[in-house]
Design a protein around this ligand. Sequence first.
Ligand SMILES: C[S@@+](CC[C@H](N)C(=O)[O-])C[C@H]1O[C@@H](n2cnc3c(N)ncnc32)[C@H](O)[C@@H]1O
Length: 425
Amino acid sequence: MNQLNKHNSSLREFLESEEDHLDTSVLGEMVNLDSIDVVLRECLTIEEMREAGSFFTGAELAATAVNLFQAPITFDSVVLDPTCGAGNLLIECSRRLGVESTLSKTLEKWGGVLWGYDIHESFVEATRLRIVIEALYRGVKKDCSIDAALAMLTHIKCGDALMVDSDELATVTHSIMNPPFTSWPSPRENYWKVGKVNAAGVIFDKYLRLLPLDCNISAILPDVLRSGSRYEGFRTFTSSQVNAQCNVWGRFNSKTDVDVFILHGNLEEDNQEEIAWHEDLGEYTALSERYDVCIGPLVAYRDPEEGESYPYFHPKNSPNWQTVTEPTEFRRFSGTVLEPPFVVIKRTSSPSDRYRASATIINLKEAVAIENHMIVIKPKSSTLRDCKKILKVLKSNQTNEFLNERIRLRHLTVTVIKDIPIEGT
Ligand SMILES: C[S@@+](CC[C@H](N)C(=O)[O-])C[C@H]1O[C@@H](n2cnc3c(N)ncnc32)[C@H](O)[C@@H]1O
């Protein structure tokens, strides 16, 4: 990943050419935390960005994450970003530190506080250059060469965040991170899941094990770790290690369609306080008390078209908020078929949708096959009346608000549907 080299060279040329007077507005643009995303998008394709997990944190989110540290950043702090990218989070951290009169004196002090790793050399170079630029932008006098300035940032280096050991991190007081959200094979040993897992979970988990007790943490993480059904083990482990709170942020940025939250708190041995991954609603009647919920049993690409022919429903032939009484499509299927009446919900769903749980009542007089992109809600009473009742609940603002707080993924899960409050129905 050396595509940022060109950008780095232009930063360096600018710094080296204009010896005495550096244009402040140009310097400001070079450390504008929102602009580097645009630069990166000019250098890399979206596929390359996804593969590297290189989505840089914008200004507002970076400031919020830094402000959520329990203890302030001072010159006695050691602040680590284990996956620092082009340095946005570290630059924001440096903004909590004072400056000396000269560049060399400032960087001598900043260099002890700001630590970072990234697997890509050109990102590490961008981080160091941009921290030098940030100091100059803050008005310090340039009294040394750029090479000498860069050499003072010794703790910002190229390396694999997973290859670090705890001795190296013994003095870290704060850790801030926005790890990659790509899919990695599970490290398996001591891990909460086998198979492919979200890289952010792997890195965050690793640092919970490596960082010293009492370390302040502020981590920008994908919503799947907070609300995905595959990450129950991650949540249990995290709760046992860190006394923390969750702040739901929403979409990472306008160009990146993934929702994130900030987990912030302190590392504690055997933490007894369970993290509130979502709002506590107290005692209430949950949907699962009166309805059975399951995923549609038919997997279209996998299940052979053999066996009896059944009326067949999938997201495209299930009109929202209507009651279907006649079949529109048939398919042979030898798996589990379901007896109406029941309600189906489309699993694909986003916080930007008008309704999170778009639903249809299926009320045929024969068994039907339901595809697995649908969630089935079957009243325990087996009555059409209870189907109508739940349709009303699903369409309500309260349900939208509940689902938007509870799960900001682009799909719904059986667990979250079971938890929908149905009070008063
Ligand atoms: C989502 S970006 C965040 C960068 C920066 N912290 C920010 O918020 O702007 C994640 C970064 O992790 C880096 N990365 C991926 N795998 C890594 C690893 N094993 N060790 C260190 N860095 C890694 C990527 O190169 C990328 O720059």
